[in-house]
Design a protein around this ligand. Structure first.
Ligand code: ACO
Length: 342
């Protein structure tokens, strides 16, 4: 392979790449159980109309108690490996993005390595709902540098486990699921064309789980006060998301000399239809090029983008040679975008 100069991330605008990193396959796994807006009307003071109008969500998948993150991560990973015709022992690294791991430690990536029978390094990464973009970008660096040939990237979250089902301002928004991608080496200048990652920790308190870490361990008092659940300032997160999705995608596109007009498929984090619409307008991307499935899954956090990518590919939105932009935001606050040649 020859060496090319490729635009890439921030700070380093020109890097010498001996090879690129591409998504060889993508797959997903979601619980069978569907919870509709009508089901939620029976649990909290809400209406199907309010949820649809404010978020676009109609139903979500919720995992039964006997399942945990590893089960969906494993199912999605097995499917992605089969699609890429890669066996577990060919993996050089596993990166799992999650904020609802099976345990605080060991990492869910290690549980997955064992379940798959892989013999490689494995670690979790936490960047809220932007986790999959962070994980994909991280995996690509290992491949582009020549350190790894084949990396499994998983986004998995069971937000239902950290949701207060009595809080109507959050419980209507979230769902459970997993998505996985196998990344392999490709010609330089192909695959991941550019990326943008960002964070603003000053916004951390806007979206958090207060208890369960070293600051406020889980105690009977913390649980009684509901501090082990998601606490969110929805309005402020909404304003941030509306601004950042378009900005970040625009930055990633400009780093590889492209604009919204070059995009074949835009796959945003599936949190809220109104947030997706705002990004679409900023990038001047027509509706028919934007993949949306928030109506069926709600916000599945780290799993949202790979689930959407999997379905977008199934439905022909994403095709070989397509220019695909994935873009997310989440707790941290974090945000990220990547431009992929499929
Ligand atoms: N049903 C009925 N009424 C409700 C509901 C509900 N489920 N939830 C809130 N309301 C009420 C509020 O109490 C409020 O009533 P009030 O005016 O009497 O005070 C009214 O509806 C309007 O509330 P807002 O919060 O202003 O509604 P908004 O239009 O902002 O929509 C929403 C709320 C959907 C949460 C929106 O702010 C949003 O999507 N924010 C972003 C959330 C998000 O994407 N989070 C990302 C998580 S990512 C991660 O890393 C986990």
């Amino acid at each position: 392979m020859s060496e090319v100069t490729q635009p890439n991330g921030p700070g380093v605008t020109q890097v010498q790449c001996v090879r690129g990193a591409r998504v060889a396959s993508v797959a997903s796994a979601v619980p069978a159980q569907i919870v509709t807006n009508q089901d939620l009307e029976k649990r909290v003071d809400t209406t199907d109309q309010w949820i649809r109008e404010r978020t676009g969500i109609e139903e979500r998948r919720i995992a039964p108690p006997e399942f945990s993150a590893i089960d969906f991560a494993h199912e999605a990973a097995e499917k992605a490996l089969a699609r890429a015709q890669v066996s577990a022992d060919q993996l050089d690294l596993i990166v799992v993005a999650t904020l609802t791991p099976d345990h605080p430690f060991p990492a869910t990536a290690c549980l997955l390595q064992n379940k798959l029978g892989a013999k490689c390094g494995a670690f979790d990464l936490e960047a809220g709902c932007t986790g999959f973009i962070y994980a994909l970008t991280t995996a690509a660096q290992f491949i582009q540098s020549g350190g790894c040939d084949t990396v499994l990237v998983v986004g998995v979250d069971l937000l239902s486990r950290i949701t207060d089902w009595k809080d109507r301002t959050t419980c209507v928004l979230f769902g459970d699921g997993a998505g996985a991608a196998v990344m392999t080496a490709c010609e330089p200048g192909d695959g991941l064309l550019a990326w943008d990652l960002g964070s603003d920790g000053a916004g951390g308190p806007l979206l958090m789980v207060p208890a369960g870490g070293s600051k406020l361990p889980i105690t009977a008092e913390a649980v009684a006060e509901g501090k082990h659940y998601i606490a969110m300032n929805g309005r402020e997160v909404f304003k941030f998301a509306v601004r950042i999705q378009g900005e970040s995608a625009e930055r990633a596109l400009s780093r590889c000399g492209l604009t919204g007009a070059d995009v074949d498929c835009f796959v945003p984090h599936q949190a809220n239809l109104r947030i997706i619409d705002a990004a679409m307008k900023r990038l001047s991307i027509p509706r028919e090029k934007v993949y949306v499935n928030v109506q069926r899954y709600g916000n599945t956090s780290g799993a949202s983008i790979p689930i959407a990518l999997d379905e977008a590919q199934d439905e022909g939105f994403v095709f070989p040679g397509a220019t695909v932009v994935c873009c997310g935001f989440g707790a941290g606050l974090t945000w990220g975008s990547c431009v992929l040649r499929w």
